[in-house]
Design a protein around this ligand. Structure first.
Ligand SMILES: *[C@@H]1O[C@H](CO)[C@@H](O)[C@H](O)[C@H]1NC(C)=O
Ligand SMILES: *[C@@H]1O[C@H](CO)[C@@H](O)[C@H](O)[C@H]1NC(C)=O
Length: 295
């Protein structure tokens, strides 16, 4: 065998080895979504009489696709890592309207879920996605806050488990429900807008556009407020506890230490005299029964 063909064989062998290695790795690690992949949102099926969730014959909770959006003629899905507002106008059929009443009235949550990674056979793991839909329930109609924030957390690049890019948490909530809502009756179209944001951190980031930072004015305001609050606590303590105690000691010294405990009714000397009544036990006074003038 020539050295040249030996080299060729060695190269081919190492290529095959690495190919086998990468396929083994990709078998173990669930592939993450790619930018723009559509992630379907499915939600618990519920009865329209009670809002109770429905289980399939094997006892598992039944998740069904989110209602169809008029914009796409398909159930709501989230394009992976897209942060453009996601519009989804749903037609409120009679069952859907009654379910919406349960959600708005907080009788049942709008419990949805999304696959954490692209579905791979039977071993799909899901991330819960509860939509806190807000509004007001009236006798004849509903007001629904149509604008929602939707936060999705994904595992960072350095993550080993779950795989990088896998969805780890998600939740949505209505924005300004009292100020920005749509009045709907059965048969109306409800134009929902989802403002979807993707975070590689497990917690929401501090800072960034639109974030109320804790620097500058906020910190100053906090300092001033807490200084005022602690000053108020000091004043209350001094007037309510410390001052009466000092007065009590003062009074006891004047009486020569004996005579038991003074009656504690508040502050001030209840000195018998014109101002506080003859008994010296008047309201808010210290009743020592000492007749004499104030010092
Ligand atoms: C939801 O449950 C109801 C009642 O069991 C059933 O009629 C309906 O077909 C279910 N919806 C879907 C999309 O499977
Ligand atoms: C009200 O909702 C609409 C539709 O989602 C949105 O475009 C608008 O910015 C919202 N207005 C306020 C004040 O939040």
């Amino acid at each position: 065998m020539s050295p040249r063909s030996a080299l060729r064989i060695a190269l081919a062998a190492s290529c095959a080895f690495f190919a086998a290695l990468t396929s083994a790795v990709s078998d173990d690690v669930p592939a993450s979504y790619k930018y723009g992949d559509l992630i379907p949102v499915t939600c618990l099926n519920r009865t329209i009489d009670t809002g109770e969730h429905i289980t399939d014959p094997t006892g598992n909770l039944q998740y069904i696709p989110f209602p169809s959006c008029l914009e796409t003629q398909a159930p709501l899905s989230l394009p992976y890592l897209h942060s453009t507002p996601q519009r989804c106008t749903i037609t409120l059929t009679d069952p859907l309207f009654h379910l919406l009443e349960f959600y708005i009235h907080n009788d049942a949550p709008l419990t949805c879920r999304i696959a954490s990674s692209p579905p791979a056979g039977s071993s799909t793991t899901y991330t819960p996605l509860t939509l806190a839909l807000a509004g007001t329930l009236q006798l004849s109609h509903l007001h629904v806050a149509q604008s929602l924030n939707l936060a999705v957390h994904i595992a960072p690049r350095s993550s080993s488990a779950p795989a990088p890019g896998a969805i780890t948490a998600a939740a949505g909530y209505s924005i300004a429900p009292t100020a920005n809502n749509t009045r709907v009756v059965i048969g109306d179209e409800l134009p929902l807008t989802f403002h979807v944001r993707w975070y590689t951190s497990p917690t929401l980031p501090v800072g960034g556009a639109g974030t109320r930072s804790t620097g500058g004015w906020a910190t100053l305001a906090y300092c001033v407020f807490s200084a005022a609050a602690s000053a108020a606590v000091c004043v209350v303590y001094f007037r309510g506890v410390e001052l009466p105690r000092r007065l009590r000691w003062h009074g006891r010294e004047r009486m020569g230490g004996g005579g038991g405990l003074p009656k504690y009714n508040g502050y001030g000397y209840g000195v018998a005299g014109a101002a506080n009544g003859a008994s010296g036990n008047g309201y808010g006074g210290y009743g020592f029964g000492v007749t004499g003038k104030r010092d």
